[in-house]
Design a protein around this ligand. Structure first.
Ligand code: MG
Length: 315
């Protein structure tokens, strides 16, 4: 079995010796501390899987050590076992309320240690699995299942971060909204399966065509969004123009389109304006209005959003 990393804290040298010998004989790794302060230092350094701690020690005592371990922000979980003298059952309850998972009665019996470490192993492994699932679910919750691009939740988190950096360092950024032209007509003509295929292809193209530093997201049904960090409006416009051409060059047939014979996108792009103290929502709203202008002007084109100083009603 995979060995556990165990930390033993006890001011009694013979207790430390017995515990260490038992733990090591069971194939686990063991560190020892002679008082609570040393135990805490070792805990912070090594974040052991298991802490076996005495109740009464110089420096931090057992319960205080338990409380610190529980309040420590850590990646993993440390299983805490309180070692206490026979007949001190009230200590056990107090210790468990302070965060201990289990207890051992002194004098230490190797059998008890072994049994406690079986439970400790199961619990720490469960916590590791939960941590892994948490990381996986966090990523999944931010990914669009169809295209594999970031979804709206990831967009909002990323955009906030990019915005904060732009404010702090005086950078700029642009946002481009890309909408498939006549997508309802496409689905009506070719079916939803073909619609999904088209979305997947265009998602892959956006992911590929956006430079390192830019990020593409699926914004809604047939809407994609690209955040172009550190780019001016003319630069962003050029990138999006290239992407618009690349989508057209995919030549996905679309006989019901009103802007040609293939699937095309209309794009609205806007820049964050430093001096206007824009919010990310205002930048998005401007890009959205520019997208609407692209649609109104005949689709399959890129339109830049008016600077907010000129457009009076920025929400
Ligand atoms: Mg003691």
């Amino acid at each position: 079995m995979n060995e556990l990393r165990v930390l033993v804290a006890d001011d009694d040298a013979s207790c430390r010796m017995v515990l260490r010998a038992t733990v090591e004989r069971l194939g686990h790794e063991c560190r020892v501390a002679a008082d609570g302060d040393e135990a805490w230092r070792l805990f912070e350094e090594e974040q052991p899987d298991v802490l076996i701690t005495d109740w009464m020690m110089p420096g931090l005592d057992g319960p205080e050590l338990c409380r610190r371990v529980r309040h420590h922000e850590a990646d993993g979980y440390t299983y805490v076992i309180l070692a206490t003298a026979l007949g001190e059952h009230e200590n056990v309850l107090e210790g468990m309320e302070a965060g201990a998972d289990d207890y051992l009665t002194k004098p230490i019996s190797p059998f008890d240690v072994r049994a406690r470490l079986v439970a400790a192993k199961r619990v720490t492994e469960l916590h590791k699995e939960l941590d892994r699932l948490h990381v996986e679910l966090t990523a999944q919750a931010r990914t669009d299942a169809l295209t594999g691009l970031g979804n709206r939740l990831r967009l909002h988190e990323d955009l906030e971060a990019i915005h904060d950096r732009a404010v702090r360092y005086g950078h700029t950024y642009c946002v481009g909204i890309c909408d498939l032209d006549d997508f309802k007509r496409f689905n009506d003509t070719y079916g939803h399966q073909a619609g999904d295929d088209a979305l997947r292809k265009i998602g892959a193209l956006l992911n590929h065509e956006s430079r390192a530093g830019d990020s593409a997201y699926r914004y809604g049904g047939e809407e994609f969004l690209i955040v172009l960090a550190g780019q001016s409006l003319p630069q962003a416009r050029a990138v999006l123009e290239r992407i618009r051409e690349a989508v057209e060059a995919l030549a996905i047939p679309h006989r019901a389109s009103r802007s040609g014979q293939a699937v095309t996108i209309s794009v609205g792009v806007s820049a964050w304006e430093h001096e206007q103290l824009d919010t990310p929502a205002a930048v998005l709203a401007r890009a959205d209005r520019a997208l609407y202008e692209s649609k109104a002007a005949g689709r399959n084109r890129v339109t830049s959003g008016e600077p907010s100083g000129i457009t009076p009603n920025v929400r």
